[in-house]
Design a binder for this molecule. Structure first.
Ligand code: NI
Length: 221
């Protein structure tokens, strides 16, 4: 299972978002309302009303940051970034092991992401736990950092203790649905871009970029 962690926004920008979320009193809803019947039993958190002005404004900022980031774009090959929401988990809140719905009203989930908004020192617990065959990866990142991982993985959020956890979560429908195919392309693109940076343009690199584009065209939907 390949995942990517990356700094999406400055810490100060992330904390500014948290301050705005904290002062928004009226638009927080029980997280169970967007969970299926199975997930509702294990999901305990609060989420900002997706239709609130604050949610709409912040969502646009986050989506634009993702699509204008060359590394994230190359890793995810985003066709649609969707379902983006802001969640708050207080003392005792968490989210048991589950798999995200493959098809949501907003789009297909090929990749899931969590952008950590407040500092990890603000709370105990609250790790994103991604299950792989042999172990569970526990992820807790600094304010402004995000993790993008395949939606094919079982995952959970450890119970939050002593504090509050603010994150932004969402899904990416990729042009390339298959995780392995997408990772092959990511490696090829990274290698070609690195050659370009080291040696500049060449006829050979043109051929590599041509091959990349045509494989993407073949694999993409
Ligand atoms: Ni999930």
């Amino acid at each position: 299972m390949e995942y990517l962690t990356h700094s999406l926004i400055d810490k100060s920008e992330a904390l500014q978002i948290v301050n705005r979320l904290k002062t928004e009193k009226s638009s927080w809803q029980d997280g169970k309302i967007t969970a299926g019947s199975h997930a509702a039993k294990i999901k305990s958190n609060f989420q900002l009303d997706k239709n609130s002005n604050l949610s709409i404004e912040l969502r646009e900022i986050i989506v634009n940051k993702i699509i204008s980031n060359p590394l994230l774009k190359s890793f995810t090959l985003p066709n649609l970034i969707h379902g983006v929401m802001f969640t708050q988990s207080k003392d005792g809140n968490g989210y048991g092991s589950h798999i995200d719905n493959p098809y949501m009203p907003s789009g297909r989930s090929d990749l899931s992401f969590t952008l950590f908004l407040n500092s990890p020192e603000d709370y105990n617990g609250g790790e994103l736990c991604i299950q792989t065959t042999n172990k569970t990866e526990k992820i807790k990142l600094s304010a402004g950092e995000m993790i993008i991982y395949p939606s094919t993985q079982l995952h959970s959020v450890a119970k939050v203790k002593d504090g509050e956890r603010y994150v932004c979560v969402g899904w990416i429908q990729s042009y390339v649905q298959n995780n392995e195919d997408r990772n092959f392309l990511f490696g090829l693109d990274a290698g070609a871009k690195s050659l370009l940076a080291k040696h500049g343009r060449s006829d050979e690199l043109d051929l590599i970029f041509q091959a990349y584009s045509n494989i993407l065209r073949r694999l993409g939907d």
